[in-house]
Write a protein that binds this ligand. Structure first.
Ligand SMILES: O=C1O[C@H](COP(=O)(O)O)[C@@H](O)[C@H](O)[C@H]1O
Length: 261
């Protein structure tokens, strides 16, 4: 069985230039009214710290603007998990006014360590007086009697906020964000806020993901691309390669790409 790590290793050797013909009909980055910024961090740790600060700033700014609660989307993967752990180390944030979701989830049982939200559940449990006061909204899991990912995606869509105030998205080596992969149908249903992916090139095959439309309604998007394996994807995003989902992942107010290359 191919694992997610094997997939990443294979992707690290891939260029992205040969995908220009996959452009599809998704929205272009230029269409976004948001401000787009790229921060090159000297180390992975610095990248995680910068992304973590951006999330906290987004939470504080939203509350300062008068919101009762703040909606935050987290991401799985290496850097995403490190950001979630770093957020857990921040005790003095207004966590009791924060709702947390994941931008995508693997279609596995909630006790499976492959779940993206396994990290958040662990972090919330460890910090009951800090981030443990936030409300985590787990995506549906396969269960006896409700094993249809399409039904689950509709339930997820119904549980999602109107928009994320802050959405963190890891960038895969192939330029994927959430579970929206290049060469896959990530732009076909712009009306859906979430849908099921049944042919993920990165295991597991079946996932639930927010849509590009949902991503692009976010107030602030923080894209994180850490490590040499992501360098080609970062170059592609900077070059505006429309085949890369990450290139389209912009926020309404701002978009920050944090990378190490
Ligand atoms: O499978 C996934 O991969 C991406 C990127 O992960 P990374 O380890 O390459 O940073 C992640 O953002 C997504 O949530 C996850 O499901």
């Amino acid at each position: 069985m191919r694992t997610a790590a094997m997939y990443d290793a294979q992707q690290a050797g891939d260029g992205t230039g040969d995908r220009a013909d996959q452009a599809g009909d998704g929205p272009s980055r230029d269409a976004s009214p948001g401000i787009w910024r790229h921060l090159v961090a000297p180390t992975p740790e610095a990248a995680v710290a910068a992304a973590t600060r951006a999330v906290l700033l987004g939470v504080r700014d939203r509350l300062a603007a008068g919101a009762d609660r703040v909606t935050v989307g987290l991401t799985g993967g290496g850097a995403g998990s490190a950001i979630t752990r770093a957020l857990g180390d921040v005790a003095d944030a207004p966590w009791d006014r924060v709702d947390l979701w994941y931008g995508d989830e693997r279609w596995v049982r909630v006790d499976d360590p492959e779940r993206n939200d396994a990290v958040a559940r662990d972090v919330l449990r460890r910090h009951p007086d800090g981030i443990g006061r936030a409300r985590l909204h787990p995506a549906p899991q396969p269960a006896a009697g409700s094993n249809d990912p399409d039904v689950a995606a509709r339930a997820l869509a119904a549980d999602l906020p109107d928009r994320f105030d802050v959405l963190v998205l890891g960038v895969g080596p192939d330029g994927h964000v959430a579970s929206l992969f290049p060469d896959r149908a990530w732009a076909v249903d712009p009306a859906a806020d979430a849908f099921a992916v049944r042919d993920s090139p990165k295991p597991p095959l079946v996932r639930l993901t927010v849509s590009m439309a949902m991503i692009r309604r976010s107030r602030r998007v923080v894209l994180v691309a850490v490590g040499a394996a992501k360098a080609a994807a970062v170059r592609g995003v900077l070059a505006g390669d429309p085949a890369l989902p990450a290139m389209h992942a912009t926020g309404v107010e701002s978009t920050l790409l944090v990378s190490t290359a």
